[in-house]
Design a protein around this ligand. Structure first.
Ligand SMILES: *Cc1c(COP(=O)(O)O)cnc(C)c1O
Length: 403
């Protein structure tokens, strides 16, 4: 279908009358048209939320205040508590020392957790990797805290030696360290055990926060991310619209209860003010609850396994056409040299200079991968440009056979 609507003009509210239906139809048509080639964004597209959106989508569901509280207005509080309990159980968080809520996304989770840690230790230095998400540096600025950037390795994991050196230099100050479970470009996972050991060598009791926006749920399903006593982790932030693919951005933040400050009681809302925002999206809590109720641990484990299998397949297929791709063992993300322009014009990858990635989130199909690889193979044959070298240390040159 051809359509020539200019969305900016059509949506301009200073021009009356506005054709509302045309604007909404256009948005849906564009999203539908882009879906098949959108393989660079970390949002799952396999779960069906129609039931929740149909039943709940047209009224306000507002959860105000602390979800553990009884007072005030909180329409889907029971569902929010169920979500928090399920995720806390998954992370093996002690039942008598857990707290959390459904947030607006990974950024708010980082803000909430780092705010709690910083309030306990206002002179703390906050250490974060060069591969950390941009929200972390923003949170440090918002808190007016002292941030200490740490080098990342080429594969995206934090440089532990540099962290140790920087911690040692500032050993007079309390420390808050942000680890990432699933970095934005390569889905690298910083090792909380190693970080805890480095932290303890310089600061008994420093706070370790894990930004697990992308990989928190998949890793927890494997038992490879825990928030128990042995982990030494104080808080975890997770995005809801990534692995669970909810149709509205949201997140989950979990903080060991003894590590946070009590919020003040607000008389007119009749709850404790412990969350970053006042009103919170109760629809998000219902969507997350639905994803968990409908699929359970086994269903979500299967989703993660299938996505990793497809990522492994994608890596093999790219190497088979001589385009050196690699991935971390448990990642959905496949890292590759940035494809030539015609391929990038069609396929929505994420690109940072000469490196790009695609993400085999649940719902991405082998057919999409095959079509992408075929387009890339066609674009690089005949060879009009040299094949880029593999990234140091990761791409296996043995796999990068000539076509
Ligand atoms: C996506 C992401 C965030 C930000 O989450 P939002 O939900 O977009 O606010 C933070 N950290 C990491 C590692 C992410 O992948």
């Amino acid at each position: 279908m051809t359509h020539t609507l200019n969305l900016t003009d059509a949506a301009d509210l200073s021009r009356a009358p506005v054709d509302i239906t045309a604007v909404l139809d256009h948005l849906v048509r564009e999203a539908d048209a882009a879906a098949g080639t959108s393989i660079g964004f970390p949002g799952a597209v396999d779960l069906d939320y129609t039931e929740v959106m149909t039943r709940l989508g047209s009224r306000l569901w507002n959860n105000i205040g602390d979800p553990a509280d009884e007072g005030g207005i909180a329409h889907t509080r029971a569902l929010e508590r169920a979500v928090i309990s399920w995720v806390a159980d998954l992370l093996a968080m002690p039942t008598d020392d857990r707290w959390g809520y459904v947030s607006s996304g990974g950024t708010e989770g980082n803000l909430s957790a780092l705010h709690a840690a910083h309030r306990r230790d206002p002179t703390a230095r906050i250490y974060y990797s060069a591969a950390a998400h941009y929200s972390v540096a923003k949170v440090v600025r918002l808190l007016g805290a002292h941030g200490v950037p740490i080098h990342a390795q080429l594969d995206g994991e934090v440089n532990y030696a540099h962290l140790a050196e920087q911690l040692h230099r500032r050993r007079r100050f309390p420390a808050i360290v942000v680890a990432t479970a699933g970095t934005t470009m390569t889905e690298a996972v910083d090792d909380p055990v190693r970080i805890r050991a480095v932290l303890d060598a310089h600061h008994a009791g420093g706070h370790l926060h894990v930004d697990a926006a992308l990989s928190g749920i998949p890793l927890a399903l494997d038992g490879r991310l825990r928030l128990d006593d042995a982990s030494g982790i104080g808080s975890v932030a997770i995005s809801g619209h990534k692995f669970f693919g909810t149709p509205t951005p949201c997140g989950i933040v979990l903080i060991r209860d003894h590590l946070r400050a009590a919020g003040s009681r607000i008389a007119y809302t009749a709850t404790a003010d412990t969350t970053i925002t006042g009103s919170r999206c109760g629809l998000s809590a219902a969507l997350l609850w639905h994803a968990i109720a409908a699929h359970g641990r086994e269903g979500h484990r299967w989703r993660a396994d299938e996505a990793r299998r497809l990522a492994a397949y994608t890596t093999e297929q790219l190497n088979a056409i001589g385009w050196p791709a690699w991935r971390h063992p448990h990642a959905f993300t496949v890292v590759l040299p940035t494809p030539p322009e015609p391929v990038r014009a069609k396929w929505l990858l994420a690109t940072d200079g000469d490196t790009s990635h695609l993400i085999c989130m649940p719902g991405i199909t082998p057919g999409q991968v095959d079509a992408f690889v075929a387009d890339l193979a066609a674009a690089i044959r005949p060879r009009s440009r040299p094949i880029p070298r593999p990234r140091p240390g990761r791409a296996s040159p043995a796999n990068a056979s000539a076509h």
